[in-house]
Design a protein around this ligand. Structure first.
Ligand SMILES: Nc1nc2c(ncn2[C@@H]2O[C@H](COP(=O)(O)OP(=O)(O)OP(=O)(O)O)[C@@H](O)[C@H]2O)c(=O)[nH]1
Length: 214
């Protein structure tokens, strides 16, 4: 409501963000923490997909951040995979710093995105999760992951869903949402400029069409 008691409608947009990575890397834990503020003490393997949402207020607009927590296990993905990739606005890749195989799978997750027509313009980030379990042994993989992210022009975050602060996680997702909003702004500008392109003078057009040269 404004000061005169009128209801001022605000825009509500949805940002669909899919979270991809091997089974057990912490996708459910991360999405749960971002949307509820709690690290879930117990999680089951995701079957198909789980949705979680959080409403953000950005400069007077409402943005519904819709997180698609996808199944890491192949057998739980098959039937849903086409749905994940429809109208995606951003991607979060996750691997577990204690699980080298989950790091090695990252190129496969990226390939899957490509196969489902997600272009390089779709914002993405890489999260190295379970930072609370980092040991000297896994430090080199973290550097490799940082490098992989750099090569693919995506921000890299070392994070712990278990021990990290929610503010830190907010920063990761909110930056992604800002990137999506900026991109939407550019698209809207592009559409406006197409609409504003002056039309040819209709009289001139008519003349051109009906002038007989014989
Ligand atoms: N120590 C530690 N454990 C974590 C962290 N994040 C998740 N876990 C644990 O890792 C296990 C798997 O986490 P999930 O969030 O279920 O993993 P997922 O990627 O959603 O797994 P799928 O649904 O099978 O694809 C759970 O026991 C979590 O409690 C973390 O940052 N640190």
């Amino acid at each position: 409501m404004d000061s005169c008691g009128f209801w001022i409608p605000t825009v509500c947009r949805t940002c669909k963000i899919i979270v991809l990575g091997d089974a057990g890397v912490g996708k459910t834990s991360l999405t749960h923490l971002y949307c509820t503020g709690q690290f879930p003490e117990k999680t089951d393997s995701t079957i198909g997909v789980d949705f979680r949402e959080r409403l953000l207020h950005v400069r007077g607009d409402k943005i519904k951040v819709q997180l698609w927590d996808t199944a890491g296990q192949e057998r739980f993905r098959k039937s849903m995979v086409q749905h994940y990739y429809r109208n995606v606005h951003a991607v979060v890749f996750v691997y577990d710093v204690t699980n080298a195989a989950s790091f090695c799978s990252l190129p496969l997750w990226m390939e899957e995105c490509q196969q489902h027509s997600l272009g390089p313009d779709v914002p993405r980030v890489l999260v190295a999760n379970k930072a609370d379990l980092v040991t000297f042994r896994v430090a080199s993989t973290i550097e490799q992951a940082r490098h992989l992210a750099e090569v693919h022009s995506m921000p890299f975050y070392l994070y712990s869903a278990k021990g990290g602060s929610r503010e830190q996680l907010d920063t990761i997702f909110n930056k992604l949402v800002q990137q999506i909003s900026r991109q939407r702004g550019k698209e809207a500008e592009a559409v406006k400029s197409i609409k504003l392109t002056p039309k040819a003078n209709p009289e001139e057009e008519k003349k051109g069409k009906w002038t007989c040269n014989c």
